[in-house]
Design a protein around this ligand. Structure first.
Ligand code: NDP
Length: 291
């Protein structure tokens, strides 16, 4: 093998893909999971299943944590005792920036160092050169382990020293992912109510999604400059448009939770006297909902 080694704790779909990617590259891989049976295939491929979390931690300096959330991280690391000292914990478990920061502090108190990570691909993207992930925490630790991290995703980025930063960036992505996917589900439900299959609307759905990056760039500059002039679009137009969206769903008899929430945001902007501004002015209301 390459002389490189890693422990992977947490063998959900992501952890299994990660341990598998390390095995493919010839790493010495130790794994541990609450439900030991999930390690079966990996052990068949050469991984060592540690009998407990202490031994898993003791086996290698580099430890990848792929757990559901930081409650799970706490549950797994709590009994670890002195075995944490000297370990580099690459925490790829999703949670809030605050949870990531407090976990990093607790790790430091126990002599370990945490790199918080965010992986932006599903399990089948693990191990691919074109996949990307980002990290935050001590730069020198990231640099020292970068080669191993690049086994997981070919592209890696260090965002900064704050262990909360990678968690924040991950949640920013997830904010967009879940709400956008719900928008797609709404479109599919609406199509279905009108006798169209998901496949029938796919080309139009993809074209619509592809139009979004252009809007992001256009508005980012204006938002950062605090400029919401209604020269290309007006909130009054947007409000009329989103009301058509709501009515179309209501007429079709599909769920209206999502479009109704959107209408509520637009109306708040109208009530605040912003009718003649761009609909980007809604960002200001969303920044300070009480104002
Ligand atoms: P899962 O939730 O399926 O699995 C996570 C692991 O957490 C399992 O090994 C599970 O153990 C363990 N676990 C959960 N609670 C506890 C606990 N209280 N004590 C001990 N172990 C616990 O997650 P995934 O593998 O899908 O993902 C892992 C992380 O990666 C998550 O934070 C997820 O948000 C993130 N992620 C997932 C992606 C995906 O597409 N799946 C994509 C990008 C990021 P057990 O097997 O015993 O249940």
């Amino acid at each position: 093998n390459t002389g490189q080694s890693v422990t992977v704790i947490g063998l959900g779909p992501m952890g299994r893909a990660m341990a598998g990617a390390f095995l493919d590259r010839g790493y010495d891989v130790t794994v541990w999971n609450r439900t030991a049976s999930r390690a079966g295939d990996l052990v068949a491929r050469g991984a060592v299943l540690a009998p407990n979390v202490q031994e898993a931690l003791a086996s290698h300096e580099l430890v990848v944590l792929s757990l559901t959330d930081y409650d799970a991280v706490d549950a797994v690391l709590e009994p670890a005792g002195a075995a944490l000292a000297g370990r580099v914990l690459v925490n790829l478990s999703s949670d809030t920036p605050e949870r990531a920061r407090s976990a990093a502090r607790r790790a430091a108190e126990r002599g370990a160092v945490q790199l918080t990570g965010g992986v932006t691909v599903p399990p089948d993207g693990i191990g691919l050169a074109e996949s990307a992930s980002f990290y935050s925490g001590p730069r020198r630790v990231f640099d020292r382990h970068r080669t191993a991290l690049e086994v997981l995703t070919g592209r890696t980025d260090h965002l900064g020293e704050d262990p909360g930063l990678a968690a924040l960036m991950y949640q920013i992505g997830m904010t967009m992912f879940w709400t956008s996917m719900l928008g797609y589900w709404q479109a599919v439900a609406l199509a279905d109510a009108n006798g169209l299959k998901a496949a029938d609307i796919l080309p139009h759905a993809v074209d619509t999604a592809h139009s979004l990056p252009g809007f992001f760039s256009f508005y980012a500059e204006r938002i950062d400059a605090g400029r919401h002039t209604g020269d290309v679009d007006r909130l009054a137009m947007g409000t009329a448009s989103i009301e058509h969206v709501l009515r179309t769903s209501a007429d079709a008899g599909v769920d209206t939770t999502l479009p109704a929430s959107a209408v509520e945001l637009f109306r708040r902007g109208m009530n605040a006297g912003r009718a003649a501004d761009s609909f980007s002015t809604l960002v200001e209301l969303m920044k300070k909902p009480g104002a």
